[in-house]
Design a protein around this ligand. Structure first.
Ligand code: ADP
Length: 499
């Protein structure tokens, strides 16, 4: 079993942690905002109350003097028999401080005394200001009071008298404290609950991922046919599973190709080795003269040469399979390239009594190509065409262009390829054999067309074949002239035949 991973490194932990932190911050933020709003609402309510109380002061309080005298003093005018009025005025007077312009106390409630009477400097400032002043004071127990300080004019006089009234904010303070306590009590609780829920939900959300990982673990080189079942939710995870399965598809194809390749290789090498061994054994036991020994050695040598040709080809093939082949592209005119290769094949064609011709139906056909690979591709097609065309026949190469695509046709009047073989001729080691005919290296390695197919695809083109047994075969290669095909392309398990 795999060692248990550190829990804090897991996606589930990270998700839960991030969620909890964000949730906590959000909760604290919202709570603080709420508290702030509550505090300012309470302050506003206190101000409104003070304004109302001020209106009461203005309605019931006069700064009067005895007739003709200049000794002003506050007088509260209200019906003392009216309990409502009495209680209203008493309420206002419970926190009040009235002073003359010099700061001498004229009336001070016990509550206001507890707050500390305002200093003369404050009184002076308030009397000089047309606006009422609001400030906060605390009594000896720390209870906050909101105070509204202003003045009223004495009756029939310009003299201003300082009047400050206050209201206790103990209730507001208590409410805010309770709210704060509630928040700080609730936040840890909510955070813990949120964290646990987050952990559970993250676990649930990640269950399919864990399942996918388990399924992926079961897939190995020996059981590549396994696929992860789709969940049918059509979500991101299903898309991931689909992509993953597609990747396994491709891997399976590559694995099968590699397996097939090693089977093909061992099969291809076994036959010639057996032949050489047989020849040498026969010579060892039956040859008597030097001539006979020499013959056996010469035959074996040519077979061994053929064998090393196969090995060289296979080596190249494995290099192409494991690595990447870089196309060395340059701007080339296909007319010149094709003409050149056709020229090289004139002598072998004459040797086989086959007429070889090239016709270009376009004046220019330039594009980006790897010259060596295009030469090899054409060589493979031409050598096949000449090889499979009997004496007296002909091989015709034509070059056409339609839009941005060049079309090279290599048509012969040879033996043709039977329909049942056509789908396989581009496969590695595939050779068409006549009835009773044994595989023989002289007939070719069966790798040429695989390589043709790879070169064409590496250039972003396509190749197809038309053939009729007994009449002839035409290979049609289409190459893009202005392609953006990447120069780097993974080579499949195909290779050119040695020409
Ligand atoms: P080989 O080395 O055997 O030619 P290729 O991959 O080039 O291998 O070709 C595969 C098979 O396709 C050949 O063995 C041959 O039977 C058939 N073939 C290829 N080109 C032609 C052609 N022009 N005419 C008839 N048969 C052909």
């Amino acid at each position: 079993m795999a060692p248990r991973k550190n829990i804090t490194r897991g996606l589930r932990f990270t998700l839960t942690a991030v969620y909890t932190v964000v949730f906590t911050l959000l909760l604290i933020g919202v709570s603080l905002l709420f508290r702030q709003t509550l505090a300012s609402n309470l302050t506003q309510a206190a101000r409104d109350d003070l304004d109302q109380n001020w209106a009461i002061v203005k309605a019931y309080l006069r700064i009067d003097s005895d007739k003709g005298e200049n000794n002003f003093h506050p007088v509260w005018y209200y019906d003392r028999n009216d309990p409502d009025e009495s209680s209203i005025v008493a309420g206002v007077r419970s926190v009040i401080f009235i002073a003359d312009p010099d700061g001498h106390t004229m009336e001070a409630s016990a509550n206001y005394n507890g707050l500390g009477l305002d200093k003369q400097s404050v009184i002076k400032r308030v009397l000089a200001s047309p606006q009422a002043q609001l400030f906060e004071k605390h009594d000896s127990k720390g209870t906050p009071y909101l105070v509204r300080a202003s003045y009223i004019n004495a009756e029939n006089s310009n003299r201003k008298y300082y009047v400050a009234i206050g209201i206790s904010r103990a209730d507001s303070q208590k409410l805010l404290n309770q709210f704060t306590l509630l928040i700080f009590g609730l936040v840890p609780l909510v955070v813990i609950t949120g964290g646990v829920m987050g952990w559970i939900f993250a676990g649930r959300a990640l269950t399919p991922v864990v399942e996918v990982a388990r399924a992926a673990q079961r897939i190995s080189g020996s059981n590549l046919s396994l696929r992860i079942p789709m969940r049918g939710a059509g979500d991101e995870l299903d898309r991931l599973i689909e992509t993953f399965n597609q990747m396994i598809d491709r891997l399976e194809i590559s694995f099968n190709q590699a397996r097939q390749f090693s089977t093909d290789v061992s099969h291809e090498l076994r036959t010639p080795i057996t032949v050489v061994r047989g020849q040498l054994e026969v010579a060892l036991f039956t040859a008597e003269t030097v001539e006979q020994y020499r013959d056996a050695i010469v035959t074996s040598l040519s077979d061994i040469e053929r064998l090393s040709q196969i090995v060289r080809a296979l080596l190249l093939l494995s290099q192409a399979e494991t690595g990447q082949v870089v196309l060395q592209k340059q701007t080339l005119d296909l007319i010149e390239v094709v003409d050149n290769v056709v020229d090289q094949f004139q002598i072998p064609a004459e040797g086989s009594d086959v007429t070889l011709s090239f016709i270009s139906n376009v004046a220019r056909c330039s594009g980006e190509f790897d010259r060596v690979q295009i030469d090899r591709m054409l060589s493979n097609l031409l050598s096949n065409a000449i090889k499979f065309t009997p004496a007296g026949g002909g091989v015709k190469v034509t070059l056409d262009r339609s839009g941005d695509t060049a079309e090279i046709r290599v048509a012969d009047t040879g033996e043709g390829i039977a329909a049942e073989h056509l789908p396989h001729i581009f496969d590695r080691f595939y050779r068409v054999r006549g009835p009773g005919e044994q595989a023989s290296p002289e007939k070719g390695l069966g790798l040429g067309l695989s390589f043709v197919s790879w070169i064409v695809r590496a250039h972003g083109g396509s190749v197809e074949v038309e053939s009729e047994a007994g009449k002839g075969t035409t290979f049609i290669v289409r190459l893009p002239l202005s392609s953006d095909v990447p120069a780097l392309i993974e080579a499949p398990a195909e290779l050119m035949k040695p020409v």
